[in-house]
Design a protein around this ligand. Sequence first.
Ligand code: ZN
Length: 279
Amino acid sequence: MQGLTPFRLAPYFRTRIWGFNDLSPWFDYKTNGEPIGEVWLTGEMCAAETGPLQGQSLNEITAAHGEALLGKGRGGEEFPLLIKVLFPKEKLSVQVHPDDALAQKYGEPRGKTECWYALDAQPGAEVALGIKAGTTSEQVRAAIEELRLEDLLAWLPVNRGDMIFVDAGTVHAVGPGAVLLETQQTSDLTYRMYDYGRPRELHLEKSLKAMRLSTRAGKRLPEYVHGHSILINERYFRVERWSLGGRRRNDAVSRNCIYRCSATRFSGRRQSEGRGRGI
Ligand SMILES: [Zn+2]
């Protein structure tokens, strides 16, 4: 971390047709325009709002201070993780992401493996995670063409505090009713496989090529160690949950991480806040 002091990144609000016009109590953000569905916490356009690099975007900071930010030998790389909060008011389209090998065949640096941590979930909230066992690729293609793919998806109830792993190749969709903290490889490669008959463009052939019928996706149980929990520890990311009671500082949290996100629950009007700190 030589040459860099901790700084806080301002969140970046992304319009999505399936989002909300009011993000309270999570963020003080209301709009009369297009709804907001995603709040990017480590997007390349997120700007430092504290410290000597104030005003610079994460993209600029990573380009100028890559080794200090990411580690030795990693200068010139992009910030590797995109962390977002998802606010789905409606069900999102059914999607799939390629893995690194397939992405590289298309000339892209990496695929996309991701995970979702449920910051909140209403009763009945669910996600689709994978294709039901025993289904063939031909059956998936036929179900898409006959507008009934939802029948072949494995739907999973979501409860607050769940950690759900979504490896590349897993066909997936997010339903309404949950607020999800998503951690993913930085990548733009998303193939829309199915949209319940809605008129948005589909990427049928690419999505079928990226799809794997059997993956490691699913809920992960936390591992409790020394006063905190490891929610997931995978090749591309490790997400931990720490309880920071009162004003207690816990330096151990920041020793080995490049990004910290806090979601703190208050009893007042503003129940929670999400904000990021790059370290
Ligand atoms: Zn996804």
